[in-house]
Design a protein around this ligand. Structure first.
Ligand code: S3P
Length: 172
């Protein structure tokens, strides 16, 4: 089976859905953000603060190349990973890409109160979210499938992805 890649903006539910998906399919889950943190040896906010976003993106790309070679895994790709054309190509080569979306209000609800997303550590998070979503739209629409998670639970999202996979696999 091809890899199943979950991408999409912060707060669209990738982490929980990818965990459930891997559990239900009984396959391995790889989380790019976790792997970046382990590689560098510090949490993401510290990497952004001390080494800068450019360094974070460099490590992110190296890890994308490595994990894309894997097979039969669920990949939880951080919201900025497919903005890079090369990352997108690697993930797409061996995987089906699902982009999760959600309304701005729900993104705010799901992200507020958490401090692990340096890009949303802004004076006006709503404004930042709207601006980033606008900039990233052209990359997110390149995904093979889009799932609006605004009114869905993580379980619903995982089930929808499993439905897609089953349908494609059983196609003559
Ligand atoms: C980012 C999303 C984060 C993390 C980093 C940058 C982004 O991951 O990779 O803070 O650029 O959208 P999540 O989407 O899992 O929160």
């Amino acid at each position: 089976m091809k890899n199943i890649v979950l991408t999409g903006f912060m707060g669209t539910g990738k982490t929980e859905a990818s965990k459930l998906l891997a559990e239900k399919l009984k396959i391995k889950r790889l989380c790019l953000d976790d792997m970046i943190g382990w590689r560098v040896g510090k949490p993401i906010p510290e990497i952004f603060k001390e080494d800068g976003e450019e360094y974070f993106r460099k490590i992110e790309s190296e890890i994308v190349v490595a994990v894309s070679k894997d097979k039969n895994v669920v990949i939880d790709a951080g919201g900025g990973a497919i903005i890079n054309e090369n990352n997108y190509k690697h993930l797409k080569e061996h995987g089906v890409i699902f982009c999760l979306t959600a309304s701005v209000d729900v993104i705010i609800q799901r992200t507020q109160g958490y401090t692990h997303r340096p890009l949303l550590d802004a004076e006006d998070p709503r404004n930042k979210i709207v601006q980033l979503l606008k900039e990233r739209q052209k990359f997110y629409i390149k995904a093979d499938h889009t799932i609006d998670t605004t009114n869905l639970t993580s379980g619903d999202v995982a089930d929808k992805i499993i439905e897609y996979i089953k349908r494609t696999v059983s196609k003559p």
